[in-house]
Design a binder for this molecule. Structure first.
Ligand SMILES: [Zn+2]
Ligand SMILES: [Zn+2]
Length: 346
């Protein structure tokens, strides 16, 4: 089969690999129908994630058809169309018992990281009963693809951790795929005012189409002044950080109101300044996390009923065999106006 293989920093090839085999009785082999590229894959390619070995097939998002299952798999059948969760869930370890699937002792984020991933014609999925979600007929495939990672991430780590409530004024910092997913998911809770902050005017106009009431571009606007105008000078109830650099985490601290929540979603590569000398008196909470994907079944129902339309995040479509070109486009996302690139197997 063909697969996108990582060969050390800066190197990747679409090349021939041996097809995956069942190893454990709890495994399934899934033939990929659609996959996509994540910002995390670009971090790996930069060499930022040293736990990824050369020779690894990348990718942790996808939908596919189950080709074979191990003898202990009960809920998933050959021929099922499934969403592959970016988080592998054993279901029985200490963390899984607390629904902290991100930290599963025999799973967590391993796909395209510690084991071969989804940017391939086929993939082996461990603990298939808990790590795959059966996809009902009639659900848009591009929408379902967003349920592997980015929609649950925006919802769980942004909206739920940030405790968005009806009537809140919320600010999202970063209008990438995850920030826009958080924007979509925040509307389950009817916030009174949604503010999107980003330096890319194209992404800000997408955010407006997705329901943002106000957009702020710090390249030519003062964020604190604009937010003070909207909030009568008190700041926002929830700030959701979806970038992962010190400057954007500082913005959250500058705009949060007393009693508010800062929910960090961004992947940080270096330490940030925490202004406790100002925040200690403000009764705020700061949360962090890696997605558990415990919300995926609920989000799938919301997609199926048309309450949320994450397929809007799919801006580019290519055949799977053109994945190297897709990486080039995704690597120049601002110039190419790319959000999520959908790769479909022929
Ligand atoms: Zn991802
Ligand atoms: Zn576990």
């Amino acid at each position: 089969m063909k697969a996108l293989v990582y060969h050390g920093a800066g190197k990747k090839f679409w090349e021939e690999k041996a097809p995956p085999q069942l190893i454990e009785s709890t495994d399934a082999i899934v033939r990929i129908v659609k996959t996509t590229i994540c910002g995390t894959d670009l971090h790996i390619l930069k060499g930022d994630v040293p736990t990824v070995d050369a020779g690894r097939i990348l990718g942790h998002e996808g939908i596919g058809i189950v080709e074979s299952v191990g003898s202990s798999v009960r809920n998933i059948k050959v021929g099922d169309k499934v969403i592959i969760s970016c988080i592998t869930v054993c279901g029985s370890c200490r963390y899984c018992k607390r629904q902290l699937y991100a930290h599963c002792k025999d799973g967590g984020w391993i796909l395209g990281h510690k084991i071969d991933g989804t940017q391939a014609e086929k993939v082996r999925i461990p603990h298939a009963d808990n790590s795959l979600h059966r996809l009902p007929d009639g659900v848009d495939e591009a929408a379902a693809l967003m349920l592997s990672d980015i929609l649950p991430t925006g919802f769980e780590i942004g909206v739920l951790n940030g405790r968005v409530q009806p009537g809140h004024t919320i600010a999202l910092i970063g209008a990438g795929p995850v920030g826009l997913s958080a924007l979509l998911a925040s509307q389950f809770y009817s916030p009174a005012h949604i503010i999107m902050i980003d330096t890319d005017d194209n992404r800000l106009s997408v955010a407006q189409q997705f329901g943002a009431n106000t957009v702020i571009n710090p390249a030519h606007q003062n964020i604190v002044e604009e937010i003070n105008k909207i909030t009568d000078g008190i700041g926002v109830d929830v700030a959701i950080e979806c970038v992962g650099i010190p400057a954007t985490f500082k913005i959250c601290q500058d705009i949060i109101t007393a009693g508010g929540s800062i929910a960090n979603v961004g992947v940080h590569g270096k330490s940030v300044e925490l202004h406790l000398e100002e925040l200690w008196i403000k009764n705020i909470s700061i949360t962090t996390g890696l997605v558990n994907t415990s919300s995926t079944p609920m989000l799938l129902k919301s997609v199926q009923s048309g309450k949320i339309s994450p397929e809007k995040l799919a801006t580019h479509h290519y055949p799977l065999s053109e994945i190297e070109r897709a990486y080039d486009i995704f690597g120049n996302a601002a110039k190419e106006k790319a959000l999520k690139i959908v790769l479909t197997a022929e």
